[in-house]
Design a protein around this ligand. Structure first.
Ligand SMILES: [Zn+2]
Ligand SMILES: [Zn+2]
Length: 330
């Protein structure tokens, strides 16, 4: 019997444990994937820290999966054995709720999320619903593509929500922002990067990727912004970003969890400024981003960790000891 390895969360707020189990067989409509890389997303931290409720337990986290098709379940078409595929956060949707039927499957009433309500990619193998997997072609390194599957895709959805902002602020310069800064530069937009106060390493990193300015999150940028996207899970950044955007400007919250937003004067919202959140992704977001990313020549800055050191990767992300994205290699 073939055996797989996985880093398993048995309960929130406990370290992941390395476990062996039989390699599963894909059911109808599913594919078995031999994982070659899985990115570590901030959402994984919210899951293991117990900030997102009702995870599947025990759970294999991870929703930035790159791997190769190792078995096809009954009825799967459009994928070949050995083909490289990506598995994102959106694991399945119901297809019949009002959101699914109106092109907003990201808001589905009965969704499954990879590495949260179904097992993910902190493992040598994983099973995915073929309809939500993306073909990744052969160009590019597996580990460098991994952050595209969430930081890229949900980052892209946030970026679209920001409209055609020419002066764009990015609050929190981690995995998503470092990808979007490159898209924005390629499109000729001006990126203003906001980091923790005094984090000169992150500010230098942002400038190296094309940001025209980088500074602390409470600083005023040298020009008023058309829009801002907040990736850091810090509610106090909402009023800070509202202060930085001009009339009619948008503030997009791109994360799944945030600390409480402090109260703020109505004057910060007045003049048709908008505050909005982005939830999950649709398969259209995935198609669009995966088409545009190679054209934009996006490079991911990654730090590789062996699968068994997943807990260390999570701690490094939690403590802000990483530049770019952490990626687990089984
Ligand atoms: Zn639905
Ligand atoms: Zn994610």
């Amino acid at each position: 019997m073939a055996v797989m390895r996985a880093m398993v969360m048995e309960a929130p707020r406990t370290p992941l444990m390395l476990r062996e189990r039989p390699v599963p067989s894909p059911g109808a409509g599913e594919i078995l994937i031999a994982v070659s890389a899985c990115g570590v997303c901030r959402t994984d931290l919210h899951v293991v820290d117990g900030e997102l409720e009702h995870p599947k337990l025990p759970l294999v986290p991870g929703h930035e999966i790159v791997g190769r098709v190792a078995a096809l379940g009954a009825g799967v078409s459009g994928f070949a054995m050995g083909e490289r595929v990506g598995v994102p956060w959106l694991g399945a949707t119901c297809g019949v709720c009002p959101y699914c039927r109106s092109g907003r499957e990201n808001l589905c009433d009965r969704p499954l999320f990879t590495g949260y309500t179904r097992d993910g990619g902190y493992a040598t193998h994983t099973i995915a619903d073929a309809r939500y997997c993306s073909p990744l072609g052969d160009a590019g390194d597996d580990a460098e593509l991994a952050p595209w599957l969430c930081a890229g895709l949900i980052g892209w959805r946030s970026y679209r929500m920001a409209g055609d902002a020419q002066a764009l602020g990015l609050y929190g310069f981690g995995a998503a922002a470092h990808i979007l800064a490159q898209v924005a530069r390629w499109q000729g937009r001006r990126v203003y990067a906001f980091t923790r106060e005094g984090d000169t390493a992150a500010q230098d990193f942002a400038r190296s990727l094309g940001a025209v300015w980088a500074g602390g999150s409470e600083e005023a940028p040298p020009e008023a912004l058309d829009a801002a996207i907040i990736f850091a899970p810090v509610g106090a950044l909402v009023p800070a970003a509202l202060k930085a955007v001009k009339k009619g400007g948008r503030v997009v919250c791109g994360g799944i969890h945030m600390s409480n937003i402090p109260s703020f004067p109505y004057a910060l919202l007045w003049e048709e400024r908008h505050v909005m959140s982005v939830a999950n992704l649709t398969r259209d977001d995935a198609r669009e981003f995966l088409e545009i990313a190679p054209k934009a020549g996006i490079r991911s800055e990654i730090t590789r960790y062996p699968l068994a050191r997943a807990n260390e990767a999570l701690s490094d992300l939690r403590e802000g000891r990483l530049q770019g994205a952490a990626v687990l290699i089984p």
